[in-house]
Design a protein around this ligand. Structure first.
Ligand code: C5P
Length: 322
């Protein structure tokens, strides 16, 4: 079955450039099970793609080169933390797709970041997913969405969701996805507080809290139905009551100041607030777009966040633009 991406020569601009964008995500449910032998944890998670996008532009080149601009870039906003060499997932995505397609890894890669790095928003995963989609078009690899999803899973646990977007239940280490149909739009204010948090460090803190009995042992089978039912049709109070994240407690242990950030969000009128993924982003749920904009403005003035954004979801996964 051919389910080729919407790439191809028709999307290539006069100067040979192709641009794709991919969204950030919030985990509205993140149930973390036991540590597996391969170093990953068994998950039951519900992903929601939200309207904060990174874009990746690729051009014909000789070998690979990479430029990073915006949030987390050496020359951009926020702490410089995004490498512009082969340590970047974008570079690895290019090499992986070239190997898969049997082509030379020749391209100039340019990443424009709006999604803060190490924030629990899958920014690096979004960049990798957008790179796969853009290079598939530039190199004319005719990869199917299925092929790209397989490559995405090799790059990182969240990359397949960055490719898919929308709402999805994630199992395994988060890479096995079942799409969920959500009939309504959800509005949020995202508050990005201070320095980033390392995902492995947050998972390790959870393991140690569980090992010492400070937290109960993980149960990956925690129910996801309440959050999925609420996401499908609301009301906001039902989603607010169903939000949960097992990584919140370890993130708060590592960054106690985040308690104040969560409190600031509920004080400012959020329906509920939780840490997104491994943090430190605070995702504050609002009733509608107007409330989210008001909430974001209030949080921006609260002095606890470096950046605040009003976003909504679900939005599509990695797509060509232009
Ligand atoms: O898959 P990804 O490279 O994004 O994962 C980064 C790190 O997060 C892993 O090396 C692991 O320490 C942790 N992780 C985990 N269980 C998962 C996903 C990630 O322990 N399901």
């Amino acid at each position: 079955m051919s389910n080729a991406t919407s790439g191809g020569p028709g999307r290539i601009a006069g100067n040979g450039a192709v641009t794709a964008r991919a969204p950030a995500k919030v985990n509205v449910h993140l149930g973390v099970g036991p540590l597996r032998a391969d170093g990953f944890h068994e998950l039951q998670t519900v992903f929601l793609a939200v309207s904060l996008f990174d874009t990746v532009t690729v051009r014909p080149g000789d070998g690979l080169s990479l430029t990073v601009r915006g949030e987390g870039a050496a020359s951009g906003r926020g702490p410089a933390s995004v490498p512009s060499d082969r340590r970047n997932l974008v570079w690895q995505a290019a090499e992986l797709l070239a190997r898969h397609a049997g082509v030379r890894a020749d391209a100039g890669l340019e990443v424009d970041k709006s999604i803060p790095a190490a924030a629990g928003l899958a920014g690096g995963s979004a960049d990798a997913a957008a790179t796969l989609v853009a290079l598939d078009a530039l190199w004319n690899t005719h990869a199917t969405r299925g092929d790209l999803a397989t490559l995405a899973a090799q790059l990182g646990s969240d990359v397949p969701f960055s490719l898919l977007g929308g709402v999805a239940l994630g199992t395994g280490r988060g890479e096995q996805l079942s799409p969920v149909l959500a009939r309504r739009r959800w509005d949020w204010a995202l508050g990005i507080a201070g320095e980033g948090l390392s995902t492995p460090t947050v998972y390790a803190e959870l393991d140690s809290l569980r090992a010492t009995g400070t937290l109960p042992a993980g149960d990956a089978a925690a129910p996801t139905e309440p959050v999925i039912t609420a996401l499908r049709s609301g009301p906001p109070a039902a989603l607010a009551a169903a939000l949960s994240n097992d990584l919140q407690a370890p993130a708060l242990r590592l960054r106690p100041d985040l308690r104040r950030a969560l409190r600031a969000a509920t004080d400012a009128g959020a329906r509920a607030a939780l840490i997104s993924g491994s943090g430190p982003t605070v995702a504050a749920l609002a009733d509608d777009e107007q409330s989210a904009v008001r909430l974001a403005a209030e949080l921006a003035g609260a002095g606890v966040f470096r950046t605040v954004r009003a976003v909504h979801g679900p939005v599509p996964g990695a797509r060509l633009v232009g």
